[in-house]
Ligand binder design. Sequence first.
Ligand code: GLU
Length: 293
Amino acid sequence: MSGTVYVGRFAPSPSGPLHAGSLAAALASWLDARACSGRWLVRIEDVDAPRTVASADECILAQLRALGLHWDGEVVWQSRRGDLYQRAFDSLAARGLVYGCGCTRRDIADSLSGAGMDGERPYPGTCRNGLASGRQARAWRVRVLPGIEHFDDRWRGPQEQDVACAVGDFVLKRADGLWAYQLAVVVDDAEQGVTDVVRGADLLGSTARQRVLGRLLGLPLPRVMHVPLVVDPVTGLKMSKQNHAQAVGTDKPVSALDAAWRSLGFSALPAPDVPAFLAAATARWARRFPMPK
Ligand code: GLU
């Protein structure tokens, strides 16, 4: 595998500890990196300050350590990387690709009847040609050109989305200074040399717009794999912090890892300890998902 570069990452939002869903995403991305003899980075996505819970980052890192999911290099925090996002934003703005938008959610909802691909309403372009008089910018949006974005998902196969139709011009920064996830993730993945994004299927609908943005910024685009979401067996809802998913316990690490492994669709993997479990899982993963070309 010499000469092949693989850099993966796990990018949790610190809005609570790891739960069954985020652990499955972490495990899948760790296994893919290790199966490819690659590096595996951890990035704390605390760019959405209002959703950030104090100490959740330390808790997530402690859970990863306890489960044997060790990372390479230094952990980075998005809240400390605003200069990078500003530079990318400025380069788009200098090319006339950014504009201020004064619409409220209600304005957007009132002007549309349909919903976008991932349940969001596409922005109808109200402020594209300037703010209405008396309006102030509440956010800055990027101009999305018409066209279909095609990509291959290593789990789900060929995908496509017409971002202009399904999403419209999307937000890069809010007037209160908060950076949008979409901009931060694209800038960070490129700046950290990430070649492979492995994450939960809830982010599949964000991939096309991230590729559109990456291309506008002239950045390399990572390969992607979106793994199945873990569903609560009782409610049938996606496991998430919003749905009050329980924190993953680490007192029985092999059981916790095995539950995450089975939630990815694999059969149980009995192992005496964490290193044995992870070695066996890595070998199985490598057979199922050979090194991407
Ligand atoms: N921070 C996002 C989350 O926790 C993941 C972002 C990503 O993997 O691109 O849902």
